[in-house]
Design a protein around this ligand. Structure first.
Ligand code: XMP
Length: 516
């Protein structure tokens, strides 16, 4: 892999993504990892990320200079660039002139990194210190007003560095610079593609699973669907999928799993209809956290029950059920390796996120992938676009999109309104632009309206369209007024119980994406 050494900035994952966009596999590692451990991973190249520190600050993170003599191509970015300059004998100084945001870079020599790029280009900067003198043997490629050395390289030793952030889209030639490093600087080939990922994963799953049986909880979301399809491709009939129908899905979703997913993958699927059970457990409950806990708890009970049945049946057939598939993604893996202590804002319940005391070994074929890569793999496997292209949908489903009590009646109202909003957003070609658009029923709120000369006293629904890269932060999507108007008119005409449609124009933070 290409290792991205994380110096504690929020940019390391982004760098890893950009490297993968260049079809080269990359992984993030903490800067505290010893150089021997990094080299033991047999890296094809190493990229040092930006970071919040000054190389002169007390306890400033650094790397063992041995890294630069190991014969592995290295690219230093921002703080990583300064760490590199300092370790190799260059000068890093506080210029007193910080550069933040878009900055003009003057190219003095193209070299490998800046070949065929404009002699003046705009780049995204965020630094206080600057490199004043490049280490011996390095050629200076570019300067800015605040950074006498803004890029350098030593072609023979395959060491490269830039002061700006090539991983950020605001850097005009960012992706080009990264690709020059990967392809020319490090001599790598762009061969990490969806089909190569499928081949690799299928081989790994076969090796791990052998002839044992495997269980998978299928939520209807992209991740569990793609994970299941990979396992199905690898070990076929050894896999049994379970879908727990908690009655909190949107219109048509359960049917879609039963019909489209099974048809395209040939997976063996058990659907447990547990609508009554969930509704009973949720009766009278309005507190968001209580709802989440109840849904999570009931889900686990039902799934364990289904598991026992599968194990019993397999036992009678003399087979061994040993594995459980989970759709864990790469950001979860990186985050769980990177320190605890985040505040518990909401009890996220992942359908498929099961208790720790399971007697199963986990199969996690998506552990190395970002969401968009999971989608690409899903398409490669022939899973229908309706499933692969689906926007995120929370495990607790519509249960946390009803402010008030979750009843059959309220679910029915919300399902009809949600179906209209989704249909119109798709029709307007906006699915790519929005991350997701929860439709929230304010079942506890009523307002006065007038329709056909008569007074109405109905409920509002809220449209919550958001744009986001990773759901950690989000902005409200500026939907065209015409689309909003059509959605509003259709919902109030077609869903009798609703007489008002309102738009949520809050970013995250301070609000979250879901209302509960
Ligand atoms: P919030 O509301 O925390 O949501 O801003 C961030 C993203 O996570 C989704 N979400 C969930 N997904 N189980 C899930 O699988 C959950 O319990 C859950 N709660 C929120 C939400 O839809 C958004 O994409």
């Amino acid at each position: 892999p290409v290792l991205v050494v994380d110096f504690g900035a929020q940019y390391a994952q982004l760098i890893a993504r950009r490297v993968r966009e260049a079809q080269v596999y990359s992984e993030v590692v903490p800067h505290s990892m010893p150089v021997e451990a990094m080299l033991a991973k047999n890296p094809a190249a190493i990229i040092l990320s930006g970071g919040p520190s000054s190389v002169y600050a007390d306890g400033a993170p650094s790397v063992d200079p041995a890294l630069f003599g190991a014969g592995v191509p290295v690219l230093g970015i921002c703080y990583g660039f300064q760490v590199m300059a300092q370790a190799l004998g260059g000068d890093v100084a506080q210029t007193g002139l910080s550069e933040f945001g878009g900055t003009v870079v003057d190219v003095c020599e193209a070299g490998v990194l800046l070949a065929n790029t404009p002699s003046q280009q705009s780049a995204w900067m965020s630094h206080g210190d600057a490199v004043h003198r490049a280490p011996q043997g390095f050629r200076v490629l570019a300067t800015t007003a605040g950074a006498p050395v803004a890029a350098f390289e030593n072609r023979e030793q395959r060491l490269f560095g830039v002061q700006w952030h090539p991983e950020v889209k605001h850097s005009e030639t960012g992706q080009t610079v990264l690709e020059h490093f990967l392809y020319e600087g490090a001599g790598l080939a762009p061969d990490w593609t969806p089909s190569s990922i499928v081949d690799d994963q299928v081989a790994l799953i076969r090796e791990q699973v052998g002839s044992a049986r495997v269980i998978c909880a299928l939520s209807g979301g992209v991740d569990s669907a793609v994970a299941a399809a990979l396992v199905q491709k690898a070990v076929g009939d050894q896999l049994t999928c379970v879908h727990v129908d908690h009655g909190l899905m949107r219109a048509g979703e359960v049917e879609q799993i039963e019909r489209d997913f099974v048809a395209s993958t040939g997976v063996r699927l058990i659907v447990r209809d547990e609508k009554e059970r969930f509704l009973t457990a949720l009766a009278g409950v309005t507190d968001p956290e209580t709802k989440r806990k109840i849904i999570g708890r009931e889900f686990i009970r039902v799934f364990e029950d289904a598991q026992r049945q599968i194990i019993k049946d397999a036992g009678e057939a003399g087979e061994d059920v040993k594995f459980l598939v989970q759709g864990t993604l790469y950001p979860d893996v990186v985050e769980s390796g990177g320190g605890e202590g985040a505040a518990n804002i909401k009890s996220h319940h992942n359908v498929g996120g099961l208790p720790d005391d399971l007697q199963f070994e986990l199969v996690e074929p998506l552990r190395a992938l970002f969401k968009d890569e999971v989608r690409a793999v899903g398409r490669e496997l022939g899973i229908p676009e309706e499933i692969v292209g689906r926007q995120p949908f929370p495990g607790p489903g519509l249960g946390i999109r009803i402010i008030g009590e979750v009843t059959e009646h309220n679910l029915d109202i919300l399902r009809r309104a949600d179906a209209i909003a989704r249909e119109e957003l798709t029709k307007a070609g906006l699915d790519q632009e929005i991350w997701q658009c929860p439709v929230v029923l304010l079942a506890d709120v009523r307002s006065v309206g007038v329709q056909g000369d008569g007074r109405t006293y109905g409920h509002p629904v809220v449209l919550r369209p958001v744009s986001s890269e990773d759901a950690m932060t989000a902005d409200w999507t500026r939907l065209p007024y015409e689309t909003l108007a059509v959605i509003s008119t259709r919902i109030t005409n077609e869903v009798r119980e609703i007489n008002r449609v309102v738009l949520d124009v809050t970013s995250k933070p301070p609000a979250t994406i879901e209302w509960e």
